[in-house]
Write a protein that binds this ligand. Structure first.
Ligand code: ATP
Ligand code: MG
Length: 264
């Protein structure tokens, strides 16, 4: 089997915020990881551990204080323009433009990229259809439920046919059944398009349901545990796995250190 190409590479990345009074805060500390083409990686970690900061670094919105980052073989901060339309970003809140209909929101990126009206319409309608929003194209965000607005946000991301998806707590503020349904839809589309995806979540069930691989980050961000998600696991094995993840997060230590302590 030919190994897939690396899409994301972070090597010894450190990111320090300096506030106006000169005090320094380490948000990311010696973060090294690689994500390969087609992988769906769930990322969990304590609140404030630097998950969104890691995404901002990968999206080229922040320049790391130290270490190196490449996405699709390039530096996302230095080569910011190269990445136009290569990233699909889905946030916790939909960030739709309130004065635009669902249809007009979905196609906004295509407009910016200069697609013809006909292409914009065709692509946007295709993805609104996939996100089960046909019949709501002319609705404004305030006329849609939270789940439907999030669907428009996801359609907007898919419209650009990006190489990599970054989802930051994309289902976090939806009720359980709405989130569950949308996770299923999202996972199907990611599977169909075979895209690489990094997904930040606080929900371990969600992490295991969507991800093929799970990364647990410590506070400040560094890898505590990097593991393939169990498939065909029994209920008891899943419970044990979840407990292990929660324990690693709580201890804030790399997995092998926690395991060694438990043995001694
Ligand atoms: N621009 C900034 N300036 C200073 N500190 C910041 C800045 N952005 C984030 N931080 C700090 O860095 C730390 C990590 O923030 P980040 O938003 O990346 O955490 P997170 O893991 O995404 O948290 P959550 O799970 O709550 O979303 C936090 O303590 C936050 O206050
Ligand atoms: Mg965050």
């Amino acid at each position: 089997m030919i190994p897939s190409a690396p899409v994301v590479q972070m090597e010894h990345v450190r990111h320090v915020f300096t506030s106006v009074d000169g005090s320094r805060f380490v948000a990311v500390d010696d973060l090294t990881l690689e994500v390969r083409e087609g992988e769906i990686v769930s990322i969990v970690g304590k609140t404030g551990c630097g998950k969104s900061t890691m995404f901002n670094l990968l999206l080229g919105l922040e320049n790391p204080t130290a270490g190196s980052i490449t996405v699709l073989g390039r530096d996302p901060y230095q080569d910011f323009d190269f990445f136009r339309a290569k990233f699909g970003v889905i946030f916790q809140t939909d960030r739709l433009l309130p004065w635009r209909t669902a249809f007009a929101n979905a196609k906004v990126g295509l407009e910016i990229l200069g697609y013809s009206e006909a292409e914009q319409g065709e692509i946007a309608r295709h993805w609104l259809h996939k996100l089960e929003l046909m019949g709501f194209e002319d609705a404004y965000p305030h006329e849609l439920s939270g789940g439907m607005r999030q669907r428009v946000g996801i359609a907007r991301a898919f419209c650009l046919s990006p190489d990599v998806f970054f989802a930051d707590e994309a289902f976090g503020h939806l009720d359980q059944s709405t989130a569950q349904r949308l996770r299923e839809v999202f996972l199907t589309l990611i599977g169909e398009t075979k895209k690489t995806c990094l997904l930040i979540t606080h929900n371990i069930h969600e992490a295991l349901e969507i991800g093929s691989r799970l990364i647990v980050l410590g506070k400040p961000s560094r890898v505590l545990y990097d593991v393939q998600c169990p498939t065909r696991a029994s209920r008891a094995e899943l419970v044990e796995f979840e407990e292990r993840i929660l324990d690693i997060i709580e201890r804030n230590e790399p997995h092998h250190e926690a395991a060694a302590r438990a043995r001694s």
